[in-house]
Write a protein that binds this ligand. Structure first.
Ligand SMILES: C[S@@+](CC[C@H](N)C(=O)[O-])C[C@H]1O[C@@H](n2cnc3c(N)ncnc32)[C@H](O)[C@@H]1O
Length: 241
């Protein structure tokens, strides 16, 4: 918790600023991201305000499977929460970003709090972690800690719906060979850089987890792990129970 607090103090919350700008009609440019293994890319801010029709099939499926009391972890602008709330579900949303929480509130998410997942204590029938939900685990060495905590937040018969990608393809060279260094950290652990309107965020670590590694980690903490569906580009939706 102390570490998370320190992280919150250090961050400039540029992600939240970008969401606030869009919400307040000050959208002039997108977020720029890059990683230690990939060049700069744009993250279009309107995408973070997507409606059901513009969501990837994996997310649509996760929303269709959601039931009971729902926790939307890392809610961002609250797009998933809003959809479920409109369907009549009892949705609670959390995010560490102050800006994201303000935007989710302004868009109409009724129960939203600025909080990291490790500080959540209530129990739920459905816990959603979407748009590479494993990212918030940050490193492979922390996956068991996060999964064990998520398990304590499940009501009897509850489910965790989480998506991620196997990013081995990002290490492919032109001949189709892989250049993964087997002595280095797990290949899905990335240093992630974000900038917005000329300001740079403190570097973060962001974890992409292939399904087999997630499955093994779930088993080690006593969670069942089932692949619900594959996405269009090495991504998948899993249900943990
Ligand atoms: C990739 S964005 C996804 C936002 C939203 N779920 C969506 O699909 O549009 C990840 C979100 O997780 C939040 N986040 C990161 N670490 C978190 C943590 N430990 N607990 C709660 N939220 C976290 C970030 O602030 C960010 O809003």
């Amino acid at each position: 918790m102390q570490y998370l607090f320190a992280t919150l103090l250090m961050t400039k919350d540029l992600f939240g600023k970008a969401l606030l700008d869009y919400q307040n009609g000050n959208y002039t440019e997108d977020i720029i991201t890059s990683t230690n293994i990939s060049d700069e890319d744009e993250l279009p801010i309107p995408y973070l305000f997507r409606g059901f029709k513009d969501m990837p099939k994996l997310e649509q499926k996760a929303l269709q499977l959601s039931k009971g009391q729902v926790l939307d972890v890392g809610c961002g602008a609250g797009s998933h929460s809003l959809f479920l709330q409109e369907k009549g579900l009892d949705v609670h949303a959390i995010d560490i970003s102050k800006g994201a929480v303000s935007v989710a509130k302004a868009r109409g998410v009724l129960q939203v709090n600025q909080k990291g997942i490790l500080d959540e204590k209530n129990t739920y029938d459905t816990i959603l972690l979407l748009m590479n939900g494993t990212g918030i685990f940050q490193e492979l060495s922390q996956v068991s800690k996060y999964l064990s905590h998520l398990k304590t937040l499940l009501k009897p018969g509850g489910q965790i719906l989480i998506d991620s990608s196997d990013i081995a393809y990002m290490y492919e060279d032109e001949d189709g060979g892989l250049w993964i260094d087997t002595n280095a950290n797990y290949y899905g652990e990335l240093d992630y850089y974000l900038s917005y309107k000329g300001e740079e965020e403190s570097p973060m670590t962001w974890l992409y987890l292939d399904f087999n590694t997630l499955y093994t980690a779930c088993k080690s903490v006593g969670l069942e792990c089932e692949k619900i569906m594959d996405g269009e580009h090495f991504d998948y939706l899993a249900k943990l129970s």
